[in-house]
Design a protein around this ligand. Structure first.
Ligand code: NAD
Length: 496
């Protein structure tokens, strides 16, 4: 989308924020009338106060969602009709792409070009699942002649989702789209840092024709509203995206309540392995920087551990420093800005603490390492690269979730694989080499949900996204995600 700075500012200044919860087709205050402050990391200023939902509000949302599910006005609607409504929903989002993008820039400081790109990806996601609805058939099992055994997929019922702030709408739509497409009712608890785009999109869902109660948004905090969804006895499934630490809580919530299904998209510390025989070291260096500094490094599958073969280490790091320069933070509302702010003050101090830890551990900073643009009042950190990192250091073990790249060197295939797998996470891995044998061997042995070869690009809606190990389980995107929002029924009929 071609953006113009004046248009962005004009639209930004004309926005009136939706700051109430969205339950049963209406904007409402929280029952307690409590609100929380929505602060923009762009300049540290107060944006608006947002309804702070808690157990009672979540109960209301679940009641509405269950009622409409049982009524069948969405869950039993003919798939081709549901499809048309979802297409309309996607069209309305597309029409409001600039406003929704601006809301995400305001809330979490990502550059407007990236924010509108994320909204375009939500549109594509919704269209993809809408297109799929009436093209998936159920099965009849190959039984003996007097039996008809139908294996059918049914919606689960009430689906809850608790999502992070790094891609506020996109992470939600990876769940909303397949869940609605398969006929479920949905309740979203967006991250407290970034509720505004989800609240605005709620009225577009109604305008598209999604029945009241099918799509609900309960803004609030994790330990209250998030936990209430996780613990609810009448929520059938909880889709979570966020940190591994909180992901583990959702497993407990499920066990302590109704054994609801849980799928978890959690943290990562992904290895990006550069062999000396990479097809093009320059392309690899550019993509290593782009992949790391995009979204201020606040990306679950960011290539944050850069494994470089010793023989090319110095040369590669030189190129990397050059390619990190265009990522200096700037005004997030300017269409030319590549990196914006961190999501909030806490995240910025967390990242700066990790930078101090890295220095103390003996790693060497080759570029960045400090907070910048302090005069804006916002929270900006320069793209930072550490070299001489050892994989046992804290900065190599923990998910920093900021623009901090850790370069670790290795010698040979065996050591590369050992370091790559020496992590609690398993979300993404990238291999750069021209040797097909080596690539295949490593790709097979890496324990991660995704392996990219000679490119940082990871495809489109048709491929699954999710982790191994403590990066979670279950998959977003692709037809696999539809399976997560349906359950399988066997109907066995004996013919007389
Ligand atoms: P977070 O875990 O702190 O919060 C995520 C959500 O959980 C928020 O809505 C929050 O309010 C809620 N929450 C927090 N504490 C809770 C509690 N006690 N009970 C119930 N809910 C609670 O994560 P974050 O800081 O928002 O996001 C960053 C994390 O998300 C990173 O670890 C990142 O890797 C991960 N992430 C993963 C993926 C993926 O697809 N694997 C995608 C994006 C982000």
């Amino acid at each position: 989308m071609a953006l113009n700075y004046e248009d962005v500012i004009k639209t930004k200044d004309s926005i009136s924020f939706k700051n109430q919860a969205f339950i049963n087709g209406k904007y409402v205050n929280s029952l307690s009338e409590k609100v929380f402050e929505d602060i923009s990391p762009v300049d540290g200023g107060l944006v608006t106060s947002v309804a702070e939902c808690d157990v009672d509000d979540v109960n209301d949302a679940v009641k509405a969602a269950r009622y409409v599910f049982e009524k069948g006005s969405w869950s039993r609607m003919a798939p081709n009709k549901r499809k048309k409504i979802l297409f309309k929903f996607a069209d309305l989002i597309k029409k409001n792409i600039l406003e929704l993008g601006i809301l995400e820039t305001i809330d979490m400081g990502k550059p407007i070009s990236a924010a509108t790109g994320d909204i375009a990806a939500c549109v594509a996601c919704l269209n993809w699942y809408a297109e799929a609805i009436d093209k998936i058939y159920d099965d009849v099992a190959p039984t003996r002649d007097n039996i008809i055994a139908m294996i059918t997929k049914e919606p689960l019922g009430v689906v809850g989702a608790v999502t992070p702030w790094n891609y506020p709408l996109l992470m939600a739509f990876w769940k909303i789209a397949p869940a609605l497409a398969t006929g479920n009712s949905f309740i979203l608890k967006p991250a407290e840092q970034s509720p505004l785009s989800a609240l605005r999109v709620s009225e577009l869902a109604m305008e598209a024709g999604i029945p009241e109660g099918v799509f609900n948004v309960v803004p609030g905090f994790g330990p209250t509203a998030g936990k209430a969804l996780g613990m609810h006895m009448d929520v059938d499934k909880l889709g979570f995206t966020g940190s591994t630490e909180v992901g583990k809580l959702f497993l407990k919530y499920s066990g302590d309540s109704n054994m609801k299904r849980v799928s978890l998209e959690c943290g990562g510390k992904s290895p990006n392995i550069i062999f000396a025989d990479a097809p093009d070291l320059d392309v690899a260096a550019k993509q290593a920087a782009d992949g790391m500094f995009f979204n201020s490094g606040q990306v679950c599958d960011a290539p944050s551990r850069l494994l470089i073969e010793k023989s090319i280490k110095d040369e590669f790091i030189e190129r990397l420093i050059e390619y990190s320069k265009p990522w200096m933070p700037n005004d997030p509302f300017h269409p030319d800005t590549s990196m914006g702010s961190m999501v909030d003050k806490n995240q910025a101090s967390r990242v700066l603490d990790y930078i101090e830890t890295g220095k103390k551990e003996g790693a060497q900073i080759v570029t960045g390492g400090e907070q910048v643009n302090k005069d804006t009042g916002g929270y900006y950190i320069a793209p930072t690269i550490f070299k001489d990192v050892n994989n046992s250091m804290k900065i190599a073990k923990d998910e920093i979730f900021g623009p901090v790249l850790c370069a670790i060197d290795f010698e040979g295939e065996k050591e590369a694989l050992k370091i790559a797998n020496d992590t609690d996470y398993g979300l993404n891995a990238i291999i750069w080499s021209n040797d097909l044998n080596k690539v295949h061997k490593i790709a097979k042995r890496i324990r991660s949900g995704k392996v990219l070869v000679n490119s940082m690009s990871d495809g489109d809606m048709s491929v699954p996204h999710g982790g191994y190990k403590q990066s979670g389980f279950g998959r977003d995107k692709s037809l696999e995600a539809m399976g997560q929002y349906t359950q399988t029924k066997l109907t066995w009929i004996e013919l007389k």
